[in-house]
Design a protein around this ligand. Structure first.
Ligand code: HEC
Length: 142
């Protein structure tokens, strides 16, 4: 029993260690491709827009996924956190239904919509890689 609990706790400890390190990149570094953003728009329009709006401006209960408040709210968090939030709670009427790949595409679209630059490297789908990319509201000085 004790052994089992340790085994169960280990991924949490490792996950925490990965997050404790400063992420290597930020959303200003071109962390998704333009193609992903285009594909993500299709996913967003079919699964998210009904509540969050085609302009990502929110409606009724659903908050905006664009603009200052949204980005400031997530600023300082790794993209992995946003991915987990979406994957486990969204679409609100059918949570846990999306593949990691579709979540990554959707995030590429949301980042693109919020004026973060596309780049040459695709946004990864796995949490370990996503935990190395930080959401940062203001462009870091080089
Ligand atoms: C049925 C309506 C509905 C659908 C469809 C839906 N959402 Fe949501 N979403 C909500 C509501 C309501 C909230 C706020 C309450 C909550 O967090 O559950 C929310 C919250 C969020 C948040 C947190 C925003 C913040 O600033 O903290 C994100 C991110 C999000 N949704 C992304 C998505 C994505 C991506 C999709 C499509 C895959 C999606 N949602 C589909 C209703 C919806």
């Amino acid at each position: 029993m004790k052994k089992l609990m340790i085994a169960a706790a280990l991924p949490l400890v490792l996950g925490g260690a990965a997050l404790a390190q400063a992420p290597a990149r930020t959303v200003w570094d071109g962390v998704f491709t333009a193609e992903q953003a285009t594909q993500g728009k299709a996913v967003f329009d079919s699964k998210c827009a009904i509540c969050h709006g085609t302009e990502l401006n929110g409606a009724e209960m659903a908050p905006a996924l664009s603009g200052g408040a949204f980005i400031v709210n997530w600023s300082g968090s790794p993209v992995a956190e946003l991915a987990t939030r979406i994957r486990t709670t969204m679409p609100a009427n059918d949570p846990d239904s999306m593949s990691r790949q579709d979540v990554a595409l959707t995030i590429a679209y949301i980042l693109s919509f919020n004026q973060f630059p596309a780049g040459a490297t695709p946004l990864p789908a796995d949490d370990a890689a996503l935990s190395q990319i930080a959401i940062v509201a203001d462009k870091p000085a080089k």
